[in-house]
Design a protein around this ligand. Structure first.
Ligand code: ZN
Length: 101
């Protein structure tokens, strides 16, 4: 499948791997692979990754944003009540310097 078909699904609308897998009718593991490639390949486009990392709902520990799937355990409190990371894309903001009038 074309990875780019994921783009409109997550543009300005970060989603969890499992939600995206349901929507695409794919296995979450395959969606993760596609997303990883997609996030790398958008580097030179007008899009940029917009990732909301997992956090532990027990102690508030925040996981790093490079993990796209839900961690099984919190390294800090060993809790397993962990939110799923949300993966999205957003349009890059180009800094525009307005010309003096
Ligand atoms: Zn924790």
């Amino acid at each position: 499948m074309s990875r780019r078909r994921i783009i409109p699904l997550i543009l300005d609308h970060p989603k969890s791997l499992s939600a995206l897998a349901r929507e695409l009718g794919m296995h979450p593991r395959d969606v993760e692979t596609d997303l990883k490639h997609l996030l790398l390949s958008v580097k030179h486009t007008e899009y940029e990754p917009d990732i909301i990392p997992s956090d532990c709902r027990k102690c508030g520990f925040e996981f790093s944003a490079d993990k796209l799937h839900k961690p099984s355990k919190c390294p800090k409190c060993k809790g397993t009540w962990i939110s799923e990371p949300l993966v999205g894309l957003k349009l890059k903001k180009t800094l525009q310097v307005s010309p003096p009038l």
